[in-house]
Design a binder for this molecule. Structure first.
Ligand SMILES: Nc1nc2c(ncn2[C@@H]2O[C@H](COP(=O)(O)OP(=O)(O)OP(=O)(O)O)[C@@H](O)[C@H]2O)c(=O)[nH]1
Ligand SMILES: [Mg+2]
Length: 443
């Protein structure tokens, strides 16, 4: 922990400016060596950086120093703003590597130090990773709220309630003869039940926050030649998939990431569904594997677009069979004579002419909003949080049946620990590698 770590914090490649960040006890010493001047905290200085070993000029840089603990990591920090060329960055990193007790940072190590120095809790650290990965406005808003402590505050409030209940129970356990207002009172039972209810409401939010983080899965399903690949290309506004009039063109699942009205959507093009062919030829084996994958996608999808070819008289049975509350019926080729009889709630489109595509997009945005749109209460965003809260919920449930104050107190303590693991207040050492591995280097 006493190493000084450094890394390029901006993306590698060419850019106007690149930022190299250094954190640790020797960060300022390194800056003094390279710039040959003294620094004041939080003052920007223009410096000629020179490698003392080779006397070679590295670059003219803007350098800012921060004194721990008033810094992102809580340690001394130096930020070098240099010109973003590979050779400049290379020579700065090489010169830093030769400074005493300096080494390259691991992915997420700056944020990990911030956590270990108490600058932020684990939910805020995770939110930083989410913010960096956010591709749409809705994701960004969720990440920023979590970074500001929306989840941490909620979990802290629950922990407070639990600790109050525990204090009452413990007073009764320690001093059973005194007439203290403790023990298993109806108030305690009802407080525990109320908390259990709040946690289960938070858990049963249809994975809203998790879905927003990872993107809503939309699968386009339909018979061969219905125009699935054409539709995916139109939604993605680029040629993601091959389109042809040969039935059975698409074999594999092809994904495109979209921003639909601020909501992240992963739309999947799939192989056309048709009754299995009887022949043993290799082609057909590929086709049936394609259909197996298409059906798997349909099962896993949050929203299924069931696409029908409007120029056909009958709706495809295999596709129709997948109709449920998560499906959206869409009839394509409305530029031609429509022979298909109308279906309840179906949206007519023509990918060829663009007609109806706006309606379809609006319908998708509406569903996305219902599934992952913001609500007042902060949403659970990770499976890790979900598991911990399920443990807490189980413990609370058991507590209401415990009967004895000692047993009830033990269950409440388990619940406190489970919630504490989310924010990182208790024994999370084993979790840290997993959590910070998801970060990029330099963060
Ligand atoms: N007239 C008309 N033709 C369309 C429309 N959309 C797609 N097509 C045509 O329909 C044919 C099949 O389109 P694809 O997008 O490849 O169909 P698919 O559903 O992906 O087919 P498979 O991959 O074989 O399952 C192509 O010749 C497209 O040009 C449309 O709105 N109107
Ligand atoms: Mg296709």
């Amino acid at each position: 922990m006493n190493d000084t770590i450094f890394a390029l914090s901006t993306p590698p490649g060419r850019s106007g400016v690149a930022v190299v960040r250094v954190s640790g006890p020797d960060a300022w010493m390194g800056a003094k060596t390279l710039a040959n001047k003294d620094f004041k905290a939080r003052h920007v200085q223009l410096c000629a950086l020179k490698d003392p070993r080779t006397a070679e000029i590295i670059d003219h840089a803007l350098v800012v120093c921060f004194r721990g603990p008033a810094s992102f990591t809580g340690e001394d920090i130096v930020e070098y703003n240099v010109h973003g060329g590979p050779a400049v960055i290379q020579s700065l990193l090489a010169a830093l590597g030769r400074q005493e007790r300096h080494r390259m940072a691991e992915p997420g190590e700056f944020t990990r130090r911030a956590f270990e120095n108490g600058k932020l809790d684990l939910t805020a650290a995770e939110a930083i990773a989410d913010l960096i990965n956010a591709e749409t406005q809705a994701q960004k808003i969720q990440a920023l709220a979590q970074m500001d402590g929306s989840l941490a505050r909620l979990y802290a409030a629950w922990t407070e309630d639990l600790k109050t209940a525990l204090a009452h129970l413990e007073a009764d356990i320690e001093f059973p003869d005194e007439d203290l207002p403790g023990g298993i009172t109806p108030e305690i039972i009802s407080a525990i039940k109320k908390l259990g209810g709040a946690i289960s409401e938070h858990l049963n939010d249809n994975r809203r926050g998790e879905r927003l983080r990872s993107g809503l899965q939309v699968a386009v399903i339909g018979a061969p030649n219905a125009g699935k690949s054409s539709l995916v290309n139109a939604l993605a506004q680029r040629d993601v998939a091959i389109v042809s009039d040969v039935a059975g063109t698409t074999r594999d699942v092809i994904e495109a990431h979209l921003d639909l009205g601020g909501y992240p959507v992963i739309v999947a093009d799939t192989a056309g569904l048709r009754p299995a062919q009887m022949s043993e030829s290799g082609q057909d084996k590929i086709e049936s594997e394609g259909m197996r994958r298409a059906l798997q996608r349909a099962r896993d999808a949050d929203i299924k677009i069931l696409l029908f070819d409007g120029t056909q008289k009958d709706a495809d049975e295999n596709t129709l069979a997948l109709r449920d509350e998560n499906s959206l019926l869409v009839i394509n080729k409305a530029d031609q004579k429509i022979l298909l009889k109308s279906m309840d709630g179906a949206i007519e489109i023509s990918v060829a002419s663009g007609r109806g595509l706006e309606n379809l997009t609006a319908a998708l945005v509406e569903r996305a909003k219902n599934m992952i749109g913001a609500r007042e209460a902060p949403a659970l965003t990770r499976a890790r949080h979900r598991r911990a809260l399920e443990d807490a919920h189980t413990a609370l449930n058991r507590a209401t049946f415990a009967g004895m104050p000692e047993l009830m107190a033990e269950d409440l303590r388990l619940a406190v620990r489970a919630i504490g693991r989310i924010t990182g207040r208790v024994d999370v050492e084993d979790l840290l590698d997993v959590i910070f591995r998801d970060f990029c280097i330099g963060k």
